[in-house]
Design a protein around this ligand. Sequence first.
Ligand SMILES: [Ca+2]
Ligand SMILES: [Ca+2]
Length: 328
Amino acid sequence: MKKHAWMLLLVLAWMLPAACIPRTPEAAVPGVASSTPRPADAPRPTGAAPQPSVVTPTSSVPQLGEMRVSGTDLMEQVYIPAGGFLMGSNDGDAARETTDMHDHSEIPLPTVFLDGFWIDRFEVNNGQYASCVDSGACQPPYASSSDTRPQYYDNPEFADYPVIWVNWYMAQDYCQWADRRLPTEAEWEKAARGTEGYRYPWGNDFLTDPLANDRANWCDVHCPREIASSGWYDGYADTAPVGSYPAGASPYGVMDMAGNVWEWTTTIVSLYPYDPGDGREDLAVEADRIWRSGPWNNGIWYLRTTVRHFSPQWYWFVNLGFRCASTK
Ligand SMILES: [Ca+2]
Ligand SMILES: [Ca+2]
């Protein structure tokens, strides 16, 4: 064989192993469900799929857009830089308060300053949660079903769907196992809406937006509830694989900050303005804690980035999950 032919073979032999390294199944990009078949009744319009620009670290201080992957659960995490953002809402009905497990006042609309932090790009999924259970650090969810699926949590078909039926303590245990923590509601809201006070993670429009069907999993026409919204078609009557709506990503590229499952935060329900020093971030007391995001089984109102639901921290439900955050 001639010399140049041997050189070509050597180059190919050097390139081949890298090309053949298999992508870690599912967890390398947790919940991006390109291979998960949608329900038969669920063809959806496909919109643009903006991806966050990944910034390669150049210093010890994380930068806007920087991402990293957890070595424990392979969760992608997005860096949210320090600075102020508009927190809260003056929406027409946003001032209402209730004393049971419902919405809490979102007014006024102060600028809140936060240090930089990392937040999970996706809701924690069944497969990731099962790894924590297998390690002994987490207890199984209170039910293995979902609203429409008899076998959900322990069914490999739903490994990249959000874990549900977990209370606040269980969410805390998971995040601790993964060397992270739950986000505060202020961190959650900044990661969801950016600094400009967006009503939804993608901006301020919904009803007029032709891509709206592709932005969130909420109570669309197939939702098995009386409030099902005919004319809207997001593809899922129940939970969806995490990360199924890239067109609905937040300004930082965080997914499912509107819809799919509600998400626990650390914060004890209290009136605004948000003050982390007034006791509302006390993790040691038994209290009502804030949920964010809106779920698959509620209407458009609950997709707003500012909605504050809450419950006792021992509570669990068919539409309630979580994601983690980290300061370090
Ligand atoms: Ca839906
Ligand atoms: Ca969510």
